[in-house]
Write a protein that binds this ligand. Sequence first.
Ligand SMILES: [Zn+2]
Length: 177
Amino acid sequence: MSTNDRKVPTSRALLEDLACEDLCTFDHSGNCQAHGYSLDPGEVCPQQQLKQLLEEDDLHPEYAGLSPEAKWWAEQELGSTIHYHNGFGEYVRGVVVVLPDGQRGIKPLELVGNWDNSHAGYHAAKILGDNPGWQPHISNIYEHPSFTDDRGVNPLTTVPFSKEELLEWAGARSQPA
Ligand SMILES: [Zn+2]
C-alpha cells in the first residue's frame, strides 16, 4: 500500500525526465529517426506514447493530487467499522467498502444512537435493501479526526437497533401518510 502511494509521483517525475521534446520524424520505412526507434508497421514510437501518457495525466489532475477528503477516504482500510452521524446523536454504523465509482465509502449495516421513527425510515430501508453505500462528507464521520459534535452519544458503545425495529421503521416510511 505505502509503496503504491510513493510510486505514482516518482514515476511522473521520472517520465517527464525521460520525455524528449522533439517531434517524431519518420524515415521511408516508418522508423522514428528523431528518437532512434526501429518500428514495425502500426507500432507507435515510445516517445509518442510517453507524450500521450503525460498529456492524459495533465487532463486528469484528480489522479495525481487527491483532495484531503478523497485522500482520507482512500486511506481507510476496507472492512473497517466507521460511523456516519446523521445529526441529533443518530448514527449509521457501517464498514468501509469500494463504491461502484471506485472510491471508498460506507456501506450501512446498523443504526445506533438516538434514532426515532421520524428520521430512521430512510436509513433503515437502505440497510434492509442492501445499499452498496455512499461517501458522506468527512465532517459527518465519527472516526475522522475533525469530528467533534457527537451530541453526547458515543456510537462505539451503543447497541444497534434490532432488525425488527428496522423493518418497522422502513415499513412506516413506505406506507402512505
Ligand atoms: Zn519518435
